[in-house]
Design a protein around this ligand. Structure first.
Ligand SMILES: Nc1ncnc2c1ncn2[C@@H]1O[C@H](COP(=O)(O)OP(=O)(O)OP(=O)(O)O)[C@@H](O)[C@H]1O
Ligand SMILES: [Mg+2]
Length: 633
């Protein structure tokens, strides 16, 4: 048996089992269907490789019986026949090598194409998933699908599957040939092989506990490194470097001990397996020699049989390894398919947003080109169409909502924002301000009540069109890797450079962008870490401004910007807000003073509404918040 046929390191590891291996395998095969012609060649090449191996070995029999044995002791042996046989053997072996190369090469083509499709499907599907999915799944778990699970699947398709087929074909054909050569010797091989496998299984199951301990220790170390890398700043602020190093040394020491235990065991396993296979070889030789002496078998048969014995145990032990690899890849594939089966964001909206031309008498006509004016196109049951001009009127009617069934976050919210009004939401942390804005753009569905946009229930509006008519600066700013220019243009992909500069000026971002090393062409690294928090917000405001929508939602858009810059932006913002409905959320109450309506939220309920002056006169919560009598909690 070849050394390393069983990898003791993997022999002890617990294998993840798929819930429904057959169904998953079928689904993977469906992905490989476009490559069916290549796959047919792969299967043929695998059979070719297996059969050529078996055939070369079988030819040892005539080589020994017909040529070698009769020629022993001859003075001038005729080697022509023997040379011909050797040539044939070489030729068959060559075909075997060619077949092996061919199926590996073809499989590489199949696997790259299949994986490309899997990744495309996963990413496309991810774009269509509702926000709710990301609330309940960590980024880490989604990323692990793309990295670990896709990778094991790739390995399975390219390596384990064809090699499993090769091993199975080899084992079956060798087994048949062994029976043909000598049934008695075959029984012996099977018995010894069984003993071997049972021993390996026993030792492996013992070592599995050491391996799982090693695995645990490794995950502790990795987790610790990850956490400390993220928390470097906090560690330094509190001068905890020594403490952190100490803790790391402890974890690492445990890993060291567990790893040496596990590997000591693995090192014991290796010679056991090696010696067992020699035992098999020796036992077969002895019995074969005895049978030859008593004249039951010829020498050629024994030569071929011994070679088969050597070739037999390797694929047998490899099958179990390959099976483990396949099973854990199937478990990963199941996770990928579960992800692909996640329900996508549903949209039953049928009211769309169209470019419109509005004549003097108020009639609206749909036009295919950009006019800067928009209208809602509303198809009715009687096949007629009606158009409503896009104004930006938003009305909440008794809205009730909760992220989870058992917890209500917004309770009976009713409010009206007329087109062009500035509505401010204030209230303590967790009061539900961001949630309200999440509902306007239909990230989530309402539990009760209605939201009307220009008089139309937003459930009837196509989500894409609804979101196109709104612009948002989210509470947690997110910038993409790319230049400043590209990041601002994200709000309107066909914006000219001039429009980008104009939007940046409105947001008062122009001056700091110009002072960046490459100005608008400065590349922002992931999430704009090379900018300050406030600078990121300025870019996000410019991005929202460039879209030029009738409704603007600013969730803490200026929370990290100094008051002087904020005052400067406000001038730009006032121009920006003109003629638009704006929802502003701000903890800094000075920024919401000039709102047409201030809505004070507490525990998901509206407790006060009015203008700044009205609410100050009321001398209740807003007054307390404004005058600092009530600390925001
Ligand atoms: N994705 C979510 N899944 C479940 N619950 C959530 C989710 N987002 C927010 N919540 C809960 O909803 C409530 C309201 O949250 P929301 O983000 O609307 O508060 P907020 O008023 O914007 O607060 P802040 O001033 O801190 O931004 C909180 O109790 C919060 O725990
Ligand atoms: Mg919020």
């Amino acid at each position: 048996m070849a050394k390393g046929a069983i990898n003791p390191r993997s022999a002890g590891r617990k294998v993840e089992r798929p819930a429904n291996a057959f169904k998953t395998l079928l689904r993977i095969l469906k992905y490989m269907l476009p490559y069916k012609i290549q796959l047919i060649f792969v299967v043929a090449a695998v059979f070719g490789a297996a059969i050529s191996r078996v055939a070369v070995t079988y030819l040892l029999k005539p080589a020994v019986n017909i040529y070698i044995v009769p020629m022993i002791g001859r003075q001038d042996p005729d080697l022509s026949g023997f040379s011909r046989l050797v040539l044939i053997m070489t030729l068959i072996a060559g075909i075997g090598v060619l077949c092996t190369y061919l199926f590996n090469r073809l499989m590489l083509n199949v696997v790259t194409g299949t994986m490309r499709q899997v990744r495309v499907d996963m990413f496309t599907h991810m774009q269509r998933l509702p926000i709710k999915f990301f609330d309940t799944h960590t980024h880490g778990s989604v990323m692990s699908l793309y990295t670990n699970d896709v990778d094991t699947l790739r390995e399975m398709i390219s390596m384990s599957l064809p090699h499993m087929l090769l091993s199975l074909t080899t084992v079956v054909s060798i087994f048949i040939m062994m029976i043909v050569l000598s049934p008695l010797l075959t029984v012996l091989v099977i018995v010894v092989l069984m003993l071997m496998l049972i021993t390996i299984r026993c030792v492996a199951s013992k070592s599995s506990k050491y391996f799982s301990k090693q695995q645990q220790a490794l995950s502790v170390v990795n987790g610790y490194i990850e956490e400390m890398a993220e928390g470097t700043k906090v560690v330094k602020v509190f001068c905890r470097e020594e403490k952190v190093k100490q803790k790391f040394r402890e974890c690492n020491e445990t890993l060291f001990h567990q790893a040496s235990n596990a590997n000591t065991f693995a090192n014991i396993l290796m010679p056991i397996i090696g010696n067992l296979s020699y035992l098999l070889f020796a036992a077969t030789s002895m019995l074969g020699g005895y049978l030859a002496v008593i004249g039951r078998v010829d020498l050629g048969t024994i030569a071929a049989f011994l070679q088969y014995t050597r070739n037999f145990s390797m694929p047998v032990s490899q099958i179990s390894m390959q099976l483990n690899a396949i099973l854990s890849a199937l478990a990963g594939a199941e996770r990928i398919f579960k992800f692909l089966d996640e329900p996508v964001e549903s949209d039953y909206g049928y009211v769309g947003l169209v470019n419109a031309e509005i004549s003097k008498d108020g009639t609206i006509a749909e036009v295919p080109y950009r006019t800067g004016k928009w209208a809602w196109k509303h198809p009715h049951h009687d096949k007629t169409l009606s158009y409503t001009p896009l104004k930006g009127d938003v009305v909440f009617e008794h809205v009730v909502f909760g992220y989870e069934p058992e917890k209500i976050v917004l309770n009976d919210i009713s409010l009206e924002a007329k087109a062009g009004q500035k509505i401010a939401f204030v209230g303590s942390t967790g009061a539900g301000k961001t949630t309200i804005t999440n509902l306007i753009n239909r990230f989530y569905d309402l539990r009760h009540g209605k939201i009307r946009y220009d008089g139309i229930n937003i459930n009837k509006i196509k989500k894409d069109d609804l979101r196109r008519s709104l612009s948002m600066v989210l509470q947690d700013t997110h910038l993409f890797t790319g230049t400043v220019m590209e990041n601002i243009r994200y709000g309107k992909l066909d914006a000219t450079d001039e429009e980008v500069y104009h939007a940046a000026k409105l947001a008062n971002a122009d001056s700091f962008i110009s002072s960046l090393p490459q100005g608008y062409d400065t590349v922002l690294t992931a999430d704009g870490v090379n900018l300050s928090q406030g600078q990121r917000q300025l870019i996000a405001i410019a991005r929202a401004a460039i879209a030029n929508p009738p409704v603007l939602i600013l969730d803490e858009a200026t929370s990290s910007i100094d008051t002087r810059t904020e005052a400067l932006i406000e001038q730009g913002m006032n121009t920006l807000m003109k003629g638009r409905t704006v929802f502003v959320i701000a903890h800094r109450l000075s920024t919401v003073r000039n709102a047409d309506k201030i809505v004070v939220l507490e525990h998901g309920k509206i407790i006060e509404t009015g203008t700044h002056d009205e609410l100050i006169k009321l001398k209740k919560r807003y007054y307390q918040l404004y005058t600092g009598l009530f600390e925001l909690s």
